[in-house]
Design a protein around this ligand. Structure first.
Ligand code: SF4
Length: 168
């Protein structure tokens, strides 16, 4: 089971969306310079259908997107909960921030509208750094993907800035 290490409404993590973003614990990666080491701990509240339902209901119709920030220890579970979100609220978009270099499990991606890939490399910066190794994709229904990463570079400083919620 995934565990939530906190959630909030964010505006910059997914372009043009008002996003309910959930930080997911037990990150399996150990990026040098990790901005949130507490996310490497297997702690937090269980993230299941009931927890997702309570989070979404708290914000009513004020959100347009639900984002899983992490969850790389169990991508299948991310996919399962993503399918729950899409079935329960068909108009909500779903985003997944993954620290993987690549990911191509079609069953998981079928319920994902936005996908961020790439580990955090301190010397390259997060998504808002033009030098970043990370990529943010809009996944289209025809199986293609659109690279939205440059959208994060507006007003960027060379070397990047700290993310507003989670920058990996
Ligand atoms: S993926 Fe994110 S949370 Fe995990 S170790 Fe890397 S920077 Fe830290």
């Amino acid at each position: 089971m995934l565990r939530s290490a906190g959630y909030d409404i964010v505006f910059r993590e997914v372009p043009d969306e008002t996003t309910l973003a959930v930080n997911i614990a037990a990150c399996p990666f150990r990026c040098p310079g990790c901005h949130s080491p507490y996310l490497q701990e297997d702690a937090g509240e269980p993230l299941d259908e009931a927890a997702v339902e309570a989070m979404v209901k708290k914000y009513g119709g004020g959100i347009t997107c639900f984002a899983f920030m992490g969850g790389d220890a169990d991508p299948a579970e991310v996919g399962r909960l993503a399918r729950f979100v899409k079935a329960r609220w068909p108009t909500l978009k779903v985003a997944w921030y993954s620290g993987r270099e690549t990911f191509d499990d079609a069953e998981v991606l079928a319920a994902i509208d936005y996908l961020k890939l790439g580990p955090y490399r301190r010397e390259l910066g997060g998504l808002d750094s033009p030098a970043t190794n990370q990529r943010f994709w809009r996944l289209l229904k025809d199986g293609t993907r659109e690279d939205l990463t440059p959208r994060f570079w507006r007003n960027a400083r060379v070397g990047g800035t700290r993310g507003v919620f989670r920058e990996d």
